[in-house]
Design a protein around this ligand. Structure first.
Ligand code: SF4
Length: 488
């Protein structure tokens, strides 16, 4: 059970004559798994930009009355997961700057690694910067609109020019969706840590063609858009009334594809396509390779709902051990139900999962899960299975051990809270009270994803960070946790 948290979903649509607010609502609803703390959207009718955002799920923040009042031809949206200590309205996105036609909105998924330098560049007081998104918006606002331009004098390409000026200064992970009065813009950082894709709404008898940007492809499917392609790392795509144009805005030497490998393991929806691969199929193959790599004699293969299930199916097929359900998940528990203390976290497992005793009793179980972070919830689950009568519990994890914190947009616990940080597999097995424990190797994980030649970030598994992380940030992560600062 992945206890690290996603950090945001972004969405944008350019679709004259359609209800863009409803389209954003549906898109964000499809991206709800990426962040459940706040939701928001900004809509332009060509004269003014209206921003609406609040704490809560997409369905809590928006209703039919609000959506009907948000009229325009383009819009962007955001759904957010915050980090500890930064859970309030001021961090909800989109960020907005400017006035009238000279305004712009910004939605961000990721985490910048050079915020100190950027805060200095912006001339802001560090304590007054509420988030990475706010910082980038401020940097853009200082460049856009240029001095002397008012809302009565629309400047055709100012937001693009501001981005060309500001983007090369950003380091770390950032998939951005921006808008001004007349266009939406998608940007992916030169490593492409977080996903971002482009889709098209086909023209009908009544409606002209529209365009969509989204963190994950199911957000296109839900509004009837056709998946066109993933944005390339380092690419900026501008969509307006004239065209869809693509531009490279980072020096070529910085472009080095490093998509987060854990998007395939856990973060992305199973029906999402990344690197041309549907995530669900990759997860099944992870289970198949895990069965080859770590076989065991057992009576039943079961997955930990829900993200462990596809790998469990794959394990069962490859091992010829029957697949069955051993745990039922309370579907009304949010995906990020994380209690603040270890004890409460363990109790939280009972709220979330309940064993199917007749399926489990007397059986030697292969229990397949996607990951172990702190291990507290996994240990509580193993106890639950043993109390339900399991004869043996063999735990198989469809990813390598999570040993290092993430600095690229995923909120992870302190390194000293990561179960595998400095423990051997035997010590972890003992802590979890399982009869055997095996993790999928990194080689097998990459083989399962089946995207030859593709580049991945695997820093939280290997400690090899593709973009340098400031020493101060690393020290803070080791001592008191990461993700307490600026994120989107
Ligand atoms: S450090 Fe881990 S979670 Fe973060 S981007 Fe890299 S692979 Fe993903």
């Amino acid at each position: 059970m992945m206890e690290a948290k996603e950090a945001c979903g972004v969405f944008g649509v350019y679709a004259p004559a359609r209800s863009v607010a409803h389209l954003v609502f549906d898109g964000l609803y499809a991206l709800q798994h990426r962040g459940q703390e706040s939701a928001g959207m900004a809509v332009s009718d060509g004269d003014a930009i209206t921003v609406m955002k609040d704490m809560g799920l997409v369905t809590t923040v928006f209703d039919e009355r609000k959506l009907s009042g948000l009229r325009g031809h383009l819009a962007i949206g955001h759904t957010r997961y915050s980090t500890a200590g930064s859970s309030d309205w001021v961090h909800a996105q989109p960020a907005y700057r400017g006035v009238g036609r000279a305004g712009f909105g910004l939605a961000h998924n990721g985490n910048l690694t050079n915020t100190a330098a950027l805060v200095e560049r912006a001339g802001m007081l560090p304590g007054l910067v509420s988030s990475d998104s706010d910082l980038v918006a401020e940097l853009l606002a200082q460049t856009y609109p240029p001095e002397g331009v008012t809302d009565l004098l629309p400047a055709e390409e100012d937001l693009e020019q501001a981005l060309r000026s500001v983007l090369p200064a950003l380091e770390g992970a950032f998939s951005l969706v921006l808008m001004d009065a007349d266009r939406i813009i998608g940007v992916r950082d030169p490593n492409g840590f977080r996903p971002l894709c482009l889709g098209r709404l086909d023209a009908t008898d009544r409606l002209e063609q529209g365009w969509v940007l989204a963190s994950e492809s199911p957000a296109l499917d839900v509004i009837g858009a056709t998946f066109i392609r993933e944005l390339e790392p380092g690419e900026m795509v501008v969509i307006d009334a004239k065209e869809v144009r693509s531009e490279r805005v980072f020096p070529e030497e910085r472009v080095d594809p490093k998509l987060c490998v854990l998007e395939f393991v856990y973060f992305a929806r199973p029906d999402t396509r990344l690197y041309g691969t549907e995530v669900h199929g990759a997860r099944r193959r992870m289970g198949q390779l895990l069965a080859t790599q770590a076989p065991v004699t057992a009576d039943l293969v079961m997955g930990v709902p829900e993200s462990g299930v596809p790998a469990a199916e794959g394990y069962a097929v490859a091992s010829s051990i029957p697949y069955g359900q051993g745990l039922v998940k309370n579907r009304y528990i949010g995906r990020t139900f994380i209690a603040p203390t270890q004890a409460e976290r363990a109790n939280g497992v009972r709220r979330k999962l309940n064993p199917l005793r007749e399926n489990i009793r007397g059986k030697r179980l292969v229990v397949v899960d996607d990951s172990i972070v702190r291990g507290t919830t996994t240990r509580a689950m193993v106890t639950m299975l043993r109390e339900a009568g399991a004869a043996e519990v063999h735990l198989r994890i469809s990813s390598p051990p999570f040993r290092w914190p993430c600095f690229y947009g995923i909120d992870t616990p302190d390194r000293n809270e990561l179960l595998a940080a400095d423990r051997t597999i035997g010590e972890i097995a003992e802590f979890l009270d399982v009869d055997s424990l095996e993790y999928l190797t990194l080689c097998h994980l990459i083989e399962a994803i089946d995207a030859p030649g593709a580049g991945f970030c695997d820093a939280c598994l290997t400690g090899s960070y593709p973009v340098p992380v400031p020493v101060a940030l690393v020290e803070r992560a080791a001592l008191s946790g990461v993700g307490r600062g600026l994120e989107g």
